[in-house]
Design a binder for this molecule. Structure first.
Ligand SMILES: Cc1ncc(C[n+]2csc(CCOP(=O)(O)OP(=O)(O)O)c2C)c(N)n1
Ligand SMILES: [Mg+2]
Length: 790
């Protein structure tokens, strides 16, 4: 039965690709892409997994190019529509690479950027352990987190970073199945890679299972002369093996005869097989042998992570099997026709599920109906939102930084025993203390499956921080790798759909190092994982630390990254309002229609990025009215409303608030009614503005976004000076909203060490630079307090 399904899966995947209209054309005008070969090498393994081995609670990251095989399997299981397969790689069709958010057929983990899906399974397994250690979801069976990994995928460094972390955290229930087809995109891989992998995985505490020979080969090795054949196979270089797979039976015969053919027994072994039989024998690698594959999977130990190195042939069963140029290769119409005949598929019956298979349709269907993986509905779980407290309390010191505010807010949350507090999980790549998570960790402890005492504490050596690990801890301490931070956040942030238990994950790191994990952050957002990142310190405000630690481009990342609402507050009360909103926003999963007030799609929810600073600044004594709170969350408010005679306004973000305020003061005598706009989220302002414009273009003439309403207070001839400690383009677009002349100030060049005042002056974001810019765009009488610029 499985063999028939394997055949069908290979056919459907090949047909799907052949049929797709959206493939690139190469320079000769031939269609390429679709990755028929790359998919085919996993046909056997995925047949075994999905139709036999997997259980509904298991979760799989399928390597990007095996997407057609995955969709074909889902189709056979009745979970994918034929129309989507017909539209593979097309609009609203099955996606080129499995996508949790864009595919309709229950993709567990998206893949595409190689290496990330693999690491996601490891962190998902740790997340499952975290959830269960906290006593949640114990009525459900434990799932195995499985990655189907291309062998060239293991070149990605993030995999090794994850391996190290998995070893530290006592990883279990995780399988990495390596499709060892010894081919990457361009070429054939180096000899003997498997041995490096084996050592490496063993070193990190994994079991390693090598599936090299199929059962046909094992049987042949037992024949007289079989050992010689085995030795020949073992010594055959990857390139040659691939080339012979491509060339077929006659070529195998010639080569084997040339090299080992004069050795009596082995000659007989070769002679007694036809060309086709010989090719079948030589292609019968472990990863294409159902009995070997099933046996290996069924005997894996859940208590240890397991790496299966499965020898396969790229393009197995297809005419270009083994050819090193096959990566994007597509079967020609003639080859497809031959393949169709070989598969016994009649024209017009290409999509029929049981066409050309030996077992009766009824038998096949009743087998499919009983497949364990497809037994429970639905596999994708959910958890109700956790109630967020009315407000987050924080004692505002007269002078404080947003980073201190963050530590204080979490410390307050940490005092409580609410469900909300219990579901927060924090994590940081070795910057827990320096990002102010210390007080929270002191209260809630570090997580480990096995308790570990803080030796400093037990030895009674005074220390500010209590570093005790237990299964109840709520902080996951990571090594420095930022990739791991974001993939862990991705796993924690999907816990509600994978474990049926919602977590509120918060990750902290230094702002510039977002770039180090950026692809993983993008990946986490693409999967719609829900988390909060708190990035601090940021910008040249970090003066003394120098250019390597001073972020410039991150505000633009915040603006552009889909799935991530970005904020950069200046004051602690703003931060409390934003975090309060964020905890609800992270849990939303509603309508896609935008709000008619802001044109933001807040009901769909998302993740949140807070760019914070270590700079202590004077706080404003004020009441947090509901209106102010709303505006802070919407992205901006007039800190000083522009008067009717206003000629210039200053719009600032974040830590440069004191410079903006000072500049407004310096100008007051010479420019009337100067406005001061506090921008807490350039991202949300920009998104609302774009959406409102689109709505108007569609005929909703009254659509107005928050920034449009705010700037309506500003006379048209006014100039706007924008300023932030980050790239000036972040706010430069404000001028386009209502056509105000705008001068954007910010940091464009690498930072350096110096005092705050020196750096702000050097990069042109101090009060004097703001005044100079104001004078230039809002001419009038000279501003008396303006000094010559350096
Ligand atoms: C981060 C990233 N870089 C590059 C690519 C382009 N790419 C897709 S698959 C691939 C290599 C495929 O080799 P392997 O993992 O061995 O898979 P196979 O095709 O052999 O099954 C490359 C370089 C990618 N998808 N992601
Ligand atoms: Mg490969």
């Amino acid at each position: 039965m499985l063999a028939a399904l394997e055949r069908k899966v290979l056919w459907l995947a090949s047909w799907m690709i052949h049929n797709a209209n959206h493939l690139r054309e190469n320079t000769d005008g031939l269609k390429v892409g679709g990755h028929q070969a790359s998919s085919a090498s996993l046909a056997t393994i995925m047949t075994a997994l999905y139709f036999d081995v997997l259980r509904p609670q298991d979760r799989v990251a399928v390597k990007p190019h095996a997407s057609p095989i995955f969709h074909a399997i889902q189709y056979l299981l009745g979970r994918q529509a034929r129309e989507r397969l017909e539209a593979f790689r097309g609009y609203k069709g099955a996606q080129s690479y499995p996508s949790r958010t864009k595919d309709a057929d229950d993709v567990d983990f998206s893949t595409g950027s190689v290496g990330l899906g693999v690491a996601q399974t490891l962190f998902s397994s740790l997340t499952q352990d975290y959830v269960r250690a906290h006593g949640w979801g114990l009525d459900r069976p434990e799932g195995r987190m499985v990655a189907l990994v291309g062998d060239a995928e293991l070149d990605e460094g993030n995999i090794f970073e994850a391996l190290l972390e998995g070893w530290k955290q006592g990883l279990r229930n995780c399988w990495w199945i390596i499709d060892y087809n010894r081919q990457s995109l361009d070429a054939v891989v180096r000899e003997g890679l498997w041995a490096r992998y084996q050592q490496l995985f063993n070193n990190f505490g994994w079991n390693v299972v090598i599936l090299k020979y199929g059962s046909l080969q094992e049987a042949a090795f037992k024949e007289p002369g079989g050992e010689t054949l085995r030795k020949w196979i073992d010594n055959c270089p990857n390139q040659l093996y691939s080339a012979l797979v491509f060339a077929g039976g006659a070529a195998w015969r010639k080569r084997l005869n040339d090299e080992i053919g004069d050795q009596g027994n082995v000659s007989k072994l070769i002679e007694k097989r036809s060309d086709d039989e010989l090719a079948a024998l030589m292609n019968n690698l472990g990863g294409h042998d159902l009995p070997s594959v099933l046996n290996a999977f069924h005997n894996a130990d859940p208590e240890k992570p397991t790496c299966f190195i499965c020898y396969t042939v790229k393009g197995f069963g297809l005419p270009f099997a083994g050819h090193k140029d096959n990566h994007a290769g597509l079967m020609t119409p003639q080859q497809m026709e031959t393949f169709r005949q070989a598969m016994d598929v009649r024209p017009g019956h290409e999509w029929d599920k049981f066409e050309g298979l030996a077992p009766a349709a009824q038998q096949l269907q009743s087998f499919l109906d009983r497949v364990p993986f497809a037994a429970a509905e639905p596999r994708r779980l959910n958890a109700p939102p956790l109630a967020v407290p009315e407000s987050l309390s924080v004692t505002i010191q007269p002078v404080m930084s947003t980073q201190t505010g963050f530590g204080a807010i979490l410390n307050e949350i940490g005092r409580g025993e609410s469900d909300f507090a219990r579901h927060i999980v924090t994590t940081s790549p070795d910057v827990t203390v320096s990002t102010n998570l210390g007080p929270w960790v002191n209260r809630r402890g570090l997580f480990a499956r096995q308790a570990m005492a803080d030796t400093f504490k037990s030895e009674r050596i005074p220390s500010t921080f209590n570093w005790e690990f237990s299964p109840k801890g709520q902080h996951i301490e990571l090594g420095i790798a930022e990739m791991n931070l974001f993939i862990l956040l991705s796993a924690l942030g999907l816990s509600h759909t994978i474990n049926g238990e919602r977590l509120l994950p918060i990750g902290t790191l230094y702002d510039p190092f977002i770039a180090r994990g950026l692809d993983a952050l993008n990946y986490a957002c693409y999967q719609d994982a829900r988390f909060m990142i708190v990035a601090t310190p940021s910008g040249i405000t970090l003066a003394g630390e120098g250019g390597a630690h001073q972020s410039i481009a991150e505000p633009l990342i915040g603006l552009a990254q889909d799935g991530l609402a970005s904020f950069e507050p200046a004051y602690a009360d703003e931060l409390a309002a934003i975090m309060h909103w964020a905890f609800s926003y992270m849990q939303k999963d509603g309508e896609t229609a935008p709000s008619e007030r802001t044109w933001l799609r807040d009901e769909t929810g998302g993740s949140v990025y807070l760019r914070l600073s270590t700079r202590p600044i004077d706080q404003i004594k004020r009441e947090m009215t509901p209106e102010l709170r709303q505006q802070i969350v919407d992205g901006a408010y007039w800190q000083r409303r522009p008067g009717p005679n206003c000629q210039v306004a200053v719009a600032y973000t974040g830590a440069v608030a004191p410079e903006a305020i000072e500049a407004v003061g310096l100008m007051a005598e010479d420019r009337r009614d100067v406005g001061l706009l506090a921008i807490t989220s350039a991202d949300r302002l920009n998104a609302g503005w774009t959406a409102a414009q689109r709505a108007r273009e569609r005929g909703l003439v009254h659509a107005r976004s928050h920034i449009e309403r705010l700037l309506a207070d500003l006379p048209p001839h006014c100039g706007i000076v924008t300023v932030l400690d980050g790239h000036p383009a972040t706010l430069a677009w404000l001028g386009a909203v209502a056509g105000h002349r705008t001068r954007p100030l910010g940091v464009e060049h690498f930072g350096q060490t110096g005092s705050l005042a020196e750096l702000y002056r050097h990069y042109g974001i101090d009060a004097n630079a703001i005044v100079a810019a104001a004078q230039a765009i809002a001419p009038g009488r000279p501003i008396r307090h303006l000094k010559a610029l350096p």
